[in-house]
Design a protein around this ligand. Structure first.
Ligand code: SAM
Length: 208
């Protein structure tokens, strides 16, 4: 099966969290793509989803998800719903998901796909996710799926003070470094991880 082959490749590249890999075997990435790209669904590459945006590369989705060290039932905020693929992976892993997308058309398409796959509990809204979703804070984990110039202060404030984690690509509009930010009480720690290339996070606490 193509999904199984993809997952074996991800394992070779250092994805070792079985819950992440199991979710990636379970979720049909082809259902998150336009017909033009369906045949490429199980390539490890980012692909266009409209509005100049992309569905992230499977490796990137797996890497961000694994980095968060999630436990079932945790409350997760996703910034940049895009196609809804990572949302589905997180939901399949048993997370309580809140997701924000700035392009209404993309969000509506993602909602339909998530409903069709039976993920009825995902809470989503259109808007600027760089400011987070204070009404539902604190979050155990935050995943930012677009590249930011800096860490949005609103997001660190919405992280749980009891070991909240955020994974976020920071850098220029062309290239970013992934960071893992952890919060304990009022103390924040940042760990620099690997380099990636994301579409920009556009918003009040992102790029203008
Ligand atoms: N995980 C998604 C997927 O696999 O389809 C990734 C989608 S793409 C790499 C990042 C998304 O972030 C784009 O759809 C873009 O429109 C969205 N985005 C950019 N800035 C945003 C913001 N301030 N708030 C919410 N969404 C934003």
């Amino acid at each position: 099966m193509m999904r199984q082959t993809l997952v074996e490749e991800l394992r070779k590249r250092g994805i070792h969290d079985d819950r992440v890999l199991e979710a990636m075997v379970a979720i049909p990435r082809d259902k998150f793509l336009d017909p033009t790209f369906v045949l490429r669904a199980y390539e490890d590459s980012a692909l266009p989803i409209g509005e100049g945006q992309t569905i992230s590369q499977p490796y990137t989705v797996a890497y961000q998800t694994q980095t968060l060290r999630l436990q079932p039932g945790e409350k997760v905020l996703e910034i940049g719903t895009g196609s809804g693929y990572q949302t589905a992976i997180l939901a399949k892993m048993g997370m309580r998901i809140f997701t924000i997308e700035r392009h209404v058309e993309l969000l509506e398409a993602a909602r339909k796909r998530l409903e069709a796959l039976g993920f009825h509990k995902v809470i989503s809204r259109a808007g600027d996710g760089s400011r987070g979703w204070p009404e539902f804070a604190p979050f155990d984990a935050i995943v930012v799926t677009a590249g930011a110039p800096d860490v949005p202060e609103s997001l660190t404030k919405q992280l749980s003070p009891n070991g909240g984690r955020m994974v976020i690509p920071i850098g220029s509009q062309q290239k970013q470094t992934m960071y893992l930010i952890e919060r304990n009480g009022e103390k924040l720690s940042a760990k620099e991880l690997a380099d990636f290339a994301f579409v920009p996070l556009i918003g009040k606490e992102g790029w203008s």
